[in-house]
Each structure stands twice: as C-alpha cells, then as structure tokens.
Design a protein around this ligand. Structure first.
Ligand SMILES: Nc1nc2c(c(=O)[nH]1)N[C@H]1C(S)=C(S)[C@@H](COP(=O)(O)OP(=O)(O)OC[C@H]3O[C@@H](n4cnc5c(=O)[nH]c(N)nc54)[C@H](O)[C@@H]3O)O[C@H]1N2
Ligand SMILES: Nc1nc2c(c(=O)[nH]1)N[C@H]1C(S)=C(S)[C@@H](COP(=O)(O)OP(=O)(O)OC[C@H]3O[C@@H](n4cnc5c(=O)[nH]c(N)nc54)[C@H](O)[C@@H]3O)O[C@H]1N2
Ligand code: SF4
Ligand SMILES: [Mo]
Length: 694
C-alpha cells in the first residue's frame, strides 16, 4: 500500500518539513515538503540519509541494562517494564536519600522538551538543562541585553536582504535548508555576501568578499566598523533616534578603535573595513550582520555578539524586510498557541538553586530556561552547590558536546545512575547504566511544533512506519517512568495522538488539518510591526546599548578591548565546526554518511606544516592541556597560520557503532572547559594545541 506522510526531519535539530513516501510499511523516498516555501522538495545530505538510519541494524534495538563495568560494553537486553522498573527504583532511592534536586536531566531542545521539563518539575528538581548554552548561549544573552528578546524569538529575512555579513556562520555547510535556499534566492537577485572566517569554507567560496580574519578578533573588526559608521554618519538616523539609547556612550567608547588599529589586530586592511561600512550603509536597512552561532567562541563572546547586533541597530535593519525581525506568535492575530504540559500547576515547590548556578550571583545571566550544561562536570565533582546522583540524557551527548571529556568521565563515575534515551550507541549510551531506545523520527508521532515567525504556524512530526525494533517515543517513555514514580497525573495522555490532541485544544486546529500539507497557519500574510511601534522588551522600552541586564548584574556594557594573544611556538588555536555531511556527534555511524566521510582531519596552514615537517595526509599528534590524539593532516593554504581546524563529533568510543568506532579525534577530548561567564557559552575556541608529526 502506498502512503504519503507530511512530517519533520530529525537528522538534525533544524526539523525541516518533509514529505515521505512509503510502500508496504517501508520508507521509499524522503523530500522537502513541497508546500513549504524555501523547502520545495530539497533536503540536505543528512536528511536524505534518514532512510539508512531507519534500516541501520546498529541502532539500539531494545532497552539495555549494563552488566559489566561502566563503558565495558557488557549489556543484557531487558523488557521495557524491567528497564523502567530498574530506573524508577533507583530514582526513588536517590530521591529518598538525597532529594529530588540530585537528579539532572539534560537534552537537546526538541519537541518533547515540555514533557521532560514536566517530569523534573513533578519530581521537584530544578535541574533540567538544554544544549542551548553550548550552541548559542551568549547569542541568547546578547539579544536579551539589547532587545529583551532571546535569539530564538528573532530571525532573519534572508530572501529579501541586499547584503549579508557572516562571521564564521558557515551557512552552506552548517545547513538549514530553508535558510540556504532563501539566501541563494537573494544572491540570484543581486544580494552581496561578505564572509569572515580564519579558514576558507564552502561559504567563503560563494562570497563576494572574504576576509581571513585572525582567529578571535571579530570584536576588534566590529568596533572599527562602528567607529567608521559613527564618524561618517552612515547610520539610519531616524531609526536610531527613535529606538536606540546611549548613542553618546557608544560614540565615546569606539573613538579610539580606528580601522588602522583594527587592521593590526585582525589582519584585515583598514581601507576594506571602511568600504564595507559604506557599502552596508548604502543598502540599509535591508542588510544583515548575522549574529551567528559557533564562530568566535571566546570568553568575551557576549561582547562579540552584542557588537554584531549593534551594527544591525545602526543600520536600522531591525523589523524590516531583508533584515532582522521579531518572531510573531499566534497572539498577534488573536490565536492561541498549542498547549504545553509545563502550563500545569505543580504540587512541589522548588527552592534550591540550579546545579549550574544559573540565575544566582555566581552566574546570573544565562537563560534559566536552558541552564549551562558545561557546568555539570564540576558541579558533580565538587558537590557544589550539592551532591548530584543521577543523570538522564535525553537526546544529548555530554561526552562529546561538553568540552574536556576526561573530566566529564571522571564526574560521571561519581554518579549512582546514568540513564540515556537515545537511538544510537552513542558514547554516552555506551557509558550509561540503562539505555532506553527511542523510535526514530520516521517511526514516531511527536509533540507539535509551535513555529513562530513572520507567520505563526504549527507543524507536526508524524509516524510514517511502525518501529522496526522494540523502541518507544520519548514522551511515552517519560510518561511510563512517571507512572512508576507516582507522578502520572501530570501526563494526561495514553498515546502520542492523545498528547497532540491535548496540545491542540483551544488552537482551533485538529489533527486532520495536518493531513493535507503537514502544517497549519494562523494567518496568510507575513506580519511586520509598524517601525514606529516596536515592542522592545527591555526595561526602558528602547534598544539598550548600555544594557540594564548587564549592568544590574555588575557587568560593563562597553569593556575595553583586550588584545588576543598569539599562540606560542608550535602551538595553534584549535577551531572546530561542522560539515554538510554530518550532524554534530549523531551521524558518524550512519551507513550512507559514514561512507561519504568517516573520519575528521586536521587542517593546518602549509607554511606552518612545512616548518614542522608535516606533509599532507601524514599522521600528526595533536595535544592540549586536556588530552591528545593522532589524526591525519590536511595541509592547506586555506587556513590562518594561527589556527588549526577539525570537524566536531568524530573519535567515537562506543564499540557497537562499528563504522564510527575510533575514527578520527574528538574535539571535546582536547578542549578546555572554560566559559564566557557573562553570556553563558563555553569558549570552545580558547584552547591552544601543540601539533607535531606522529
Ligand atoms: N550539516 C550540518 N548543519 C548544521 C549542523 C550540523 O551539525 N551539521 N548543526 C546546526 C547547529 S546546532 C548549529 S549551532 C549551526 C552552526 O552553524 P555555524 O556556526 O555556521 O557552524 P560551524 O561549522 O560551527 O562554523 C563555525 C565557523 O566559525 C569559524 N571560526 C572559528 N573561529 C572564528 C573566529 O574567531 N572568527 C570568525 N569569524 N570565524 C571563526 C570556523 O572556522 C568555522 O568555519 O549549524 C546547524 N546546521
Ligand atoms: N566540543 C564541542 N562541543 C559542542 C559543539 C562543538 O562544536 N564542539 N557544538 C555545540 C552545538 S552547536 C550543539 S547544538 C550541541 C549539540 O549537542 P548534542 O545535542 O549533544 O549533539 P547531537 O549530535 O545533536 O545529538 C546528541 C545525541 O542525540 C541522539 N539522537 C539523535 N536523534 C535522536 C532521537 O530522535 N531521539 C533520541 N532520543 N536521541 C537522538 C544522538 O544519537 C546523539 O547521541 O553540541 C555543542 N557542543
Ligand atoms: S537541515 Fe538537513 S538534516 Fe537538518 S532537518 Fe533539514 S534536511 Fe534534516
Ligand atoms: Mo548548535
């Protein structure tokens, strides 16, 4: 029997809308949802490899309980009842002895996040965290400091932009299909692309202007751009006068940061900096300085992100076509959003601080809705603020996604219980006491996706085929665990369909409304606010250059620029990133994707390689204060001599994932766990490594 199902991809967390064709219970074809502008049939390579994930026999097929040492790979298969009883009994014991706050649950923000948050709230633990800080925590804080909105409440109108500046936002490799297609449309319509990165990425090759910046110096570049814009009055005076406060402070602050000064720090010629400022001004307000995710991850990252956002404010490219905009929710058109389980009233009042101290005076500004995962190892090791006994990983991989794996492992050894809800034998699943296997996205209906944007919409992930193995949906796994822990009243559903129906109550939409196109929209046309009536959510109601958020917490809005140190002899700044063929640390064992790219290599500048006697394809030893590994060198002129680069997510240690086992080196093994203590992100690019021929 042929079947056509509209759903959402989950080969990565972008969740592109897809159309799936199945025949006799087998998936035959996946493509971008043709009804969604920007998708129109297209998928990225990982999206297409979804079929090989479905049929991969190396997925976790049944619940597993560890029998040997942690990490030894000795497992016994268990029934669901047995595995859930095992976990519930341990959790009960831990709660009785140490209190519910000794349980931490970490996840990659996803559609069922409201379910896992509910699970912890019902238990009485404040310790739910998401991946957010690891990905873009300082971007989030920077957005809140200027606008009172998180980055997730803002987006960019790529399609109508006239000039976009990307600071290591390697958009043509670290892909979001819709964004890429919209940007390509803009480029075809004559838009300009400026790309800034210490290495030549695919995006660099598509750019009109590429700058090989000295790693870590984007802030110097931006201060010089602001300097030129103010000096030559290149800004949007109407917008700035109406909405931007503290311009005099900004003017005084950047006075000494001339393009000539920035040239010495960044390596970018002063006259080119001036030219970019003038070009952007000519095309304003339909221009974007992209606030990015993962380029420039330094301890001062918050100020880099703020400087990028300030450039947008000066261009007036806020809430405008071809610029940045605030996402609109259903309330904008009198609609109601889908319900979340977290709306319920909970019996237990939570009074202890979070394990990561987010929201306390020690770490005041990261978003408490997400927390700061990189603080977990030290919190466990130091029992500060209190002992932690159990960790539940739900679609999250702390061993590869938190820097300094050796310390993370040491911390995990102190725990009484590690449970992982995964689809693969990830390294963390391998190191757990119990693995609870989730059905993959093609096998499960998920919670609804409230998709706010220029048009508020709701999307739905729907089951295409029955689970191939003995796996369940995450939201059902947590509900069943909740039943065994006596907190089932917070989970008012018996199936995923029930839960979706419950979520849709009051929205005016029904499950059947998703049959035709896979989504529903609250209105027809994109909504831009009147630019004289913006709803800026800072205390002053203005875009705050002097941020009350920062200054009330005791941080400066305009700290003096501190020069970036050069690496010592034979050392390099380690820079990491993504490629189009893999998702973080999830897909390295995927049969198709592994065939295309099975290990990472170390990009090293030709001149430096020659000095060190390293030839292309030779094996080299890379070492930091935290760890070391042996990796193949890629000798190239396409990287700045101060940095070396490797792809994130390789070097897996779980033996049952045979294709990815021991292939390449994990960046997390080398990176030091230091953070931007204002913005909240780990400073992934603060680690220096030594490289020598192996
Ligand atoms: N194929 C694929 N696409 C993805 C993902 C994936 O895993 N795979 N993940 C998604 C997610 S969650 C995210 S967060 C995004 C990430 O999107 P990006 O942030 O665009 O992705 P990265 O590959 O981390 O790119 C970081 C780039 O910053 C550069 N860089 C390093 N240091 C500096 C510096 O000092 N200055 C500048 N200007 N650049 C620097 C690096 O060389 C690298 O090219 O991608 C999303 N899309
Ligand atoms: N060292 C270092 N750390 C990083 C980064 C880096 O570049 N370097 N990048 C950071 C960024 S930008 C991000 S967004 C985070 C991402 O961090 P993570 O979310 O931890 O990484 P992922 O690879 O997306 O997925 C984690 C786990 O989810 C599992 N998984 C995949 N699909 C499903 C599913 O449907 N259900 C369940 N239950 N599990 C599933 C995968 O098998 C994998 O074990 O990492 C951050 N951490
Ligand atoms: S970007 Fe690729 S992998 Fe990610 S959701 Fe979209 S199609 Fe799937
Ligand atoms: Mo990310």
């Amino acid at each position: 029997m042929n079947k056509e199902v509209y759903s959402l991809c989950f080969m990565c967390s972008i969740r592109c809308p897809i159309r799936v064709l199945a025949k006799d219970g087998q998936v035959e074809w996946i493509e971008g949802n043709p009804h969604v502008p920007g998708m129109e049939g297209s998928l990225c390579p990982r999206g297409s490899a979804g079929i090989s994930l479905l049929y991969d026999p190396e997925r976790v097929q049944t619940p597993m309980i560890r029998v040997g040492e942690r990490g030894s790979g000795n497992w016994r298969k268990a029934s669901w009842d047995e595995a859930l009883d095992f976990v519930a009994d341990k959790l009960k014991d831990i709660i009785e002895k140490n209190g519910p706050h000794s349980i931490v649950l970490g996840e990659r923000t996803q559609l069922a996040t409201h379910v896992s948050k509910t699970f912890l709230k019902a238990l009485g633990s404040p310790n739910h965290f998401t991946h957010d800080a690891l990905c873009k925590g300082s971007v989030n804080t920077a957005c809140r400091s200027l606008f009172g909105y998180t980055d997730a409440q803002m987006a960019m109108d790529y399609k109508n932009t006239k000039h976009i500046v990307l600071y290591g936002r390697n958009i043509f490799e670290a892909v979001s299909v819709k964004e890429v297609n919209n940007l390509m449309d803009a480029l075809e319509n004559g838009a300009k692309l400026t790309y800034i990165d210490p290495r030549v990425t695919v995006t660099a090759t598509k750019a009109h202007r590429y700058w090989m910046i000295r790693p870590g110096t984007d802030l110097a570049l931006n201060y010089a751009l602001i300097h030129v814009i103010l000096k030559e009055r290149l800004y949007d005076a109407d917008f700035v006068d109406r909405w931007v406060s503290d311009m005099a402070d900004l003017r005084e602050f950047v006075a000494s940061y001339t393009p000539e000064w920035a040239e010495k720090e960044t390596g970018i010629p002063a006259d080119e900096i001036v030219t970019l400022a003038r070009e952007m001004s000519k095309d304003k307000p339909s221009v974007i300085f992209h606030f990015g995710y993962r380029g420039a991850n330094q301890v001062n990252e918050i100020y880099i992100r703020r400087s990028i956002l300030i450039l947008n404010c000066l261009m007036g490219s806020i809430e405008t076509k071809g610029g940045l905009f605030f996402k609109k929710g259903p309330g904008e058109v009198g609609g109601k959003p889908a319900r979340k389980l977290t709306e319920q009233q909970f019996d237990t009042k939570i009074e202890v601080p979070r394990f990561d101290k987010v929201g306390t005076k020690d770490f005041p500004l990261p978003d408490p809705n997400h927390g700061a995962p990189q603080m977990l190892p030290q919190a466990i090791l130091n029992e500060d603020p209190y002992p932690i006994k159990a960790l539940i990983n739900y679609r999250f991989e702390p061993l590869m996604s938190i820097p300094d794996t050796t310390t993370t492992l040491k911390a995990l050894d102190k725990l009484d219980l590690i449970v992982t809800i995964d689809i693969n034998y990830s390294d963390i699943a391998w190191y757990s006491d119990v693995i609870l296997p989730e059905s993959i996205y093609l096998e499960r209906t998920d919670c609804v996706q409230q998709a706010n944007g220029l048009k508020p919409q709701i999307f739905l992930r729907r089951q295409v085929v029955a689970p191939r193995y003995d796996t369940r949906e995450g939201a059902m796994i947590l509900k069943q665990l909740a039943e065994k822990l006596g907190i089932s009243k917070y989970f008012p559903y018996e199936s995923m369909e029930d839960l979706v129906k419950w979520q849709l109550e009051g929205t005016g939409f029904a499950l059947e409304d998703f049959d035709k196109k896979g989504f529903v929209a609250y209105c027809k046309d994109p909504i831009f606010w009147d630019r004289t009536k913006l709803k800026i959510k800072t205390p002053s109601g203005k875009i705050e250059l002097r941020s009350s958020l920062l200054e009330n917490a005791g941080f400066s809005s305009f700290p003096e620029y501190e020069p970036i140190p050069k690496p010592e002899k034979d050392h390099f700044r380690l820079v990491t990133g993504r490629c189009a063929l893999h998702t973080h640390c999830s897909t390295q064992n995927n049969p198709y994707l592994n065939e295309l790219l099975s290990e990472n290599r170390l990009w090293i500048n030709s001149q430096k390689a020659a000095e060190l006697g390293i030839s292309n394809n030779a094996m080299v030893e890379i070492s930091s204060k935290r760890g070391s590994g042996i990796i193949k060198a890629s000798v190239t002129e396409l990287i700045h001599p101060e940095s070396v680069f490797m792809l994130h997510g390789f070097g897996h240690q779980a033996k049952r994932a045979t294709r990815s086992y021991n292939k390449g080196v994990s960046d997390s093994l080398l990176e030091e766990n230091v953070s931007d203590m204002v913005g909240g992100s780990p400073a992934f690019h603060e680690t220096f490594v030594k490289v020598k021929a192996a």
